[in-house]
Design a protein around this ligand. Sequence first.
Ligand code: ZN
Length: 54
Amino acid sequence: MQMKEALELRKKWGDKPCDHPQLVKEYHLGTQTGDRVCTQCGLSASPEYFKKEK
Ligand SMILES: [Zn+2]
């Protein structure tokens, strides 16, 4: 998912709670950022962060 799309998702989702059911790799244009993005709320963070959350 592109960083821009993640930002849009975050705006739409607001600050509702989310258990991040599905994560995808985050891209900036054609390049992976190394982070993961939640397809539901648009949160973008390192894979380690999401591991700790669960
Ligand atoms: Zn989420």
